[in-house]
Design a protein around this ligand. Structure first.
Ligand SMILES: Cc1cc2nc3c(=O)[nH]c(=O)nc-3n(C[C@H](O)[C@H](O)[C@H](O)COP(=O)(O)OP(=O)(O)OC[C@H]3O[C@@H](n4cnc5c(N)ncnc54)[C@H](O)[C@@H]3O)c2cc1C
Ligand code: FES
Length: 280
């Protein structure tokens, strides 16, 4: 049900200090933030915040770190337009405004004991990283965890060091691919679309849930491969992006038919949205 709380605090940003900035690629940076009042953000994997900069406005950004990593939260931000360019120019110690956390998170209870197949394309690894870190920190809650990630090229791959750690980890199966690589990339991994990683997998459909986050073009092809492996729409979870303003179900900018992406989502089970026009 939609949140109808007449609570002004939903609209008032609180200050957060940037405590670290890491270059992920030439276009993407990871910002580590803490609330200036010292309280935790209180998020769950899959949620997002509205980040504001005075004079530049506000943008929805997924939380890229797990709540199990206490004392901070992280945002992986692609330089897209005015606000994200201004954010990319900021330095450690400076302050931004934040509202949230908002949105429906991943259903961790439903994932309890399940084999989970975590599939991301491009920038989608930022929001998925929150859930991957959660699985890393609470391995007893999950069955087999498999990570598939596809990027345009080796240079466009986010979180390279963490991906290498997940590839080497005994707790995860982790498979990576790039759409294309040149000789200069010194890349020895798989070259091909993310869909090419699915056919070799052994999946037990009745105890597997797949989570997909990536560019719109990726969803249909990946879903078709997963259904070919026997996964039903109730076992496929997607996270969707829409243009957002309020983030709290009031302005109507983010609707998918009767659903509000900011509150009913951004995380949806496929069977909740696959019949809705324009959802995927
Ligand atoms: C729930 C949600 C989570 C998001 N998480 C992330 C994240 O973790 N990291 C990240 O880098 N970006 C994320 N985005 C996209 C991010 O909000 C936009 O890139 C940002 O608003 C651009 O702001 P800007 O002022 O820099 O650019 P603008 O000048 O507003 O726009 C620049 C370009 O970005 C496009 N754009 C603007 N808003 C969106 C949007 N909501 N979705 C897709 N494209 C958009 C515009 O069409 C334009 O082409 C998320 C969006 C949503 C809805
Ligand atoms: S962003 Fe305003 S209703 Fe969803």
């Amino acid at each position: 049900m939609r949140d109808t709380t007449p609570c002004n605090s939903l609209y008032i940003p609180f200050d957060c200090e940037i405590t670290a900035i890491t270059d992920l690629t030439p276009r993407e940076k990871l910002f580590r933030l803490i609330r200036s009042d010292g309280t935790p953000l209180g998020h769950l994997p899959g949620q997002f915040v509205q980040l504001s900069l005075l004079g530049w406005g506000e943008a929805p950004l997924s939380i890229a770190s797990s709540p199990t990593r206490e004392g901070y939260f992280e945002l992986g931000v692609r330089q897209a337009g005015q606000l994200t360019t201004a954010l990319h120019r900021m330095k450690v110690g400076e302050t931004v405004g934040v509202r949230g956390p908002f949105g429906r998170p991943f259903d961790l209870e439903a994932l309890n004991g399940e084999d989970v197949l975590l599939i991301s394309g491009g920038c989608g690894l930022a929001p998925l990283r929150s859930l991957i870190q959660y699985c890393e920190d609470r391995p007893q809650q999950f069955g087999r965890v498999t990570i598939l990630h596809g990027a345009k090229s080796p240079a466009d791959t986010l979180f390279k060091e963490e991906l290498a750690r997940w590839e080497a980890s005994a707790e995860f199966a982790c498979h990576l691919t790039v759409d294309s690589a040149t000789g200069n990339d010194c890349f020895t991994g798989n070259v091909g679309l993310i869909t090419s990683l699915i056919p070799p997998l052994t999946i037990t459909p009745h105890r597997t849930t797949a989570v997909i986050i990536g560019p719109p073009v990726m969803y249909r092809a990946v879903i078709a491969e997963l259904k070919g492996k026997g996964l039903g729409s109730d076992r496929i979870v997607v996270s969707l992006e829409r243009q957002m303003r309020c983030g709290v179900g009031k302005c109507g900018h983010c609707t998918i038919e009767h659903l509000y992406c900011c509150q009913d989502g951004p995380v949806f089970r496929l069977d909740e949205i696959e019949q809705l026009r324009g959802a995927l």
